[in-house]
Design a protein around this ligand. Structure first.
Ligand code: ZN
Ligand code: ZN
Length: 414
């Protein structure tokens, strides 16, 4: 009979030895009785999300870990964000991540997040959606607000390409950038032109909008331009159902990760109070995962808090995030039948606190299940993982290993 599996990704959890903390990593310094218990009775090793030394974004790392070769299928971040927001792209669509921002009269950016605007967003979006693209034939544009200042911008029409640069300069005190084609194609030229026209028009439509006039009166920053980044095009993946014939669910708060899971055909389970931040609802995630594995063959569970602490360069916050994850895992395994369920825990990449970004180091991984060998490792961390019984694998290997243990993989050859 086939077994079930839960795959837990602690975003950016891996780290490097930190001199100020006696050369310990946050995972090493954290008190993690539940991780340690699973590690001792399971397979432990190192995992290169892509391959040694390659620094991955969370998008490509998740694709690889879920068994998709990102070099073949990755089509830009915008399309994953769109999927995460529940927007169905059509072939030919180009999607961007978009922000409401604040510019002054000469278009200098004052705030890339428009004071983290929370109200009036629907009205502003309606105004933006009146914009017609005139400089490029047969192209329309749609704006979907998501959370606060964030949204997704979609260009529809024929002959468009994702190979264009961002209008978001990612800094303040400068003007929005002109989008440029990144290759010689007519499609890239059309896309850049349409985006530039849209950006200009967004300012004209928004600057005198009543919501913004009111915001200025109240001393708040007006949301008077849309900045776009991370172009992505429509793409399709073979779903888990198609690949392995299994029913899958995902628990994730971050739009990008939700997007990858949705395109992989997973049911998205929303957890109340799951924020994608340090203060997420860890208990709620554990309980929902425990409930989900009763109805699904495979459950994917994502926690962002460790990556947030890594980007902040905050050792103590990362230790605390790991300890919260450990408690979450304890609560989860208390509700599982470990004779029927494989539990895998790893990170999508390292976000070392001294580097404050994703590095190309391998991350520790553990796989615990009814038929795994026991590593006898007492403490789960980067150092012990390098001596573990799983040795060193790549992200793309994980699903093959799990489906093999689950008893649902196909034989290669006769
Ligand atoms: Zn990540
Ligand atoms: Zn990150």
């Amino acid at each position: 009979m086939s077994k079930k599996a839960i795959l837990i990704i602690c975003d950016g959890m891996g780290d490097r030895p930190v001199k100020e903390y006696d050369y310990k990593t946050p995972l090493e310094a954290a008190n993690t009785p539940n991780l340690d218990k699973l590690a001792e009775k399971g397979l432990v090793g190192l995992m290169d999300p892509i391959s040694p030394g390659i620094r991955p974004g969370s998008d490509v790392a998740h694709l690889a870990i879920l068994g998709y070769n990102p070099y073949e299928c990755y089509a830009g971040r915008g399309s994953l964000e769109a999927a995460g927001a529940g927007i169905q792209l059509k072939p030919g669509d180009i999607a961007f991540r978009a922000n409401f921002a604040t510019v002054n009269e000469d278009l200098t950016i004052v705030d890339r997040r428009a004071g983290r605007i929370k109200t009036g967003i629907k009205e502003l979006a309606e105004a933006i959606n009146q914009i017609k693209i005139e400089s490029v034939n047969g192209v329309s544009v749609e704006f979907y607000p998501t959370i606060e200042h964030r949204g997704v911008l979609i260009f529809r029409g024929e002959k468009l390409s994702k190979n264009v640069s961002d209008t978001d300069p990612h800094e303040i005190g400068v003007k929005p950038l002109k989008s440029k084609p990144l290759d010689d194609s007519i499609e890239a030229e059309r896309m850049a032109k349409a985006l530039n026209e849209f950006t200009e028009k967004s300012f004209h439509v928004l600057k005198n909008h009543q919501i913004n006039l009111n915001r200025v009166k109240m001393g708040e920053k007006p949301a008077n331009i849309i900045l776009a980044r991370g172009a992505g095009s429509y793409f399709k993946l073979k779903t888990f159902q198609e690949k392995y014939g299994i029913k899958t669910a995902a628990i994730a708060a971050v739009a990008l990760v939700k997007g990858v899971c949705r395109i992989a055909g997973m049911e998205i389970i929303d957890v109340k109070g799951a924020t994608g931040g340090l203060n997420t609802n860890f208990n709620g995630k554990a309980d929902e995962a425990a409930k989900a594995i009763k109805h699904y063959d495979f459950v994917f569970l994502h926690v962002k808090a460790t990556d947030v602490a890594g980007h902040d360069g905050n050792f103590k916050a990362k230790v605390e995030a790991i300890e919260n994850i450990d408690k979450m895992i304890g609560r989860l395994i208390d509700q599982l039948d470990l004779n029927e369920t494989y539990v895998t825990i790893t990170a999508d990449h390292c976000t070392p606190i001294n580097f404050k970004d994703h590095s190309g180091d391998p991350t520790p991984i553990l796989i615990h299940g009814p038929e795994t060998f026991h590593s006898e490792i007492k403490k789960f961390c980067e150092k012990t993982a390098s001596q573990g019984n799983l040795c060193r694998i790549k992200g793309i290997d994980i699903m093959a290993i799990l489906t093999n243990y689950m008893g649902i993989s196909e034989k290669f050859g006769y």
